[in-house]
Design a protein around this ligand. Structure first.
Ligand SMILES: [Zn+2]
Length: 197
């Protein structure tokens, strides 16, 4: 029977203030669910409300990978599964977007090291190691980056109605400009995310 974790260990394993080195030392994955309602940045103006039962299922593994002639590197492997409601930009009805993401992050001990690795390595998404990593924020960043800039149904549930009242063929002819397109620019959201690094 495993002993119940000591208070200090429990603190280190809080996914909102995660001590990644402690997780790697422990050698066991962490897993859990969060209601999507906890993800403040997902609740954008003009987007449908996430259903109360909607969850993010996450799974995190931290490990030290040996490096020849150097210090071992601290990596995080993160798996995220969820379904996010967005507004279809073709028919303006809610569209459910299923996401299954797998991400690997390399943690640098210092900001300078992170910048150096970021410039010279294309095998890694580099983050600066903090003594208390907020896994929820990191997961939300990845979800926002993975959502399509222009969400659409594969097949819209209702036919579009042209101004004349005639049903309009979908996916044919002139590009439809999204009716009532939101003014918030997806690229501004991306820029905001980039500033995290
Ligand atoms: Zn649609």
């Amino acid at each position: 029977m495993p002993r119940s974790p000591r208070p200090s260990a429990a603190k280190a394993l809080n996914p909102l203030r995660l001590d990644l080195a402690a997780v790697a030392d422990r050698g066991e994955p962490l897993t859990g669910e969060w209601p999507l309602g906890q993800f403040v940045r997902l609740q954008e103006v003009g987007e449908p409300t996430q259903p109360a039962e909607a969850q993010l299922h996450w799974h995190a593994t931290a490990e030290y990978r040996p490096v020849r002639g150097g210090q071992p590197e601290l990596w995080l492997h993160l798996t995220l599964n969820t379904t996010v409601q967005r507004t279809c930009q073709r028919c303006l009805q809610p569209v459910a977007l299923s996401l299954a993401l797998e991400r690997d992050f390399l943690f640098a001990p210092t900001e300078a090291q992170a910048q150096a690795w970021d410039a010279e390595r294309d095998d890694a998404d580099v983050l600066v190691l903090s003594p208390s990593l907020n896994l929820l924020e990191l997961a939300e960043d990845e979800i926002l980056l993975a959502l399509p800039l222009v969400p659409r149904h594969d097949i819209c549930p209702q036919p579009l109605v042209a101004p004349t009242g005639e049903p309009r063929a979908q996916g044919q002819g002139a590009q439809l400009s999204p009716v009532g397109a939101k003014s918030d620019n997806p690229f501004a959201i991306l820029a905001q995310l980039k500033r995290r690094h």
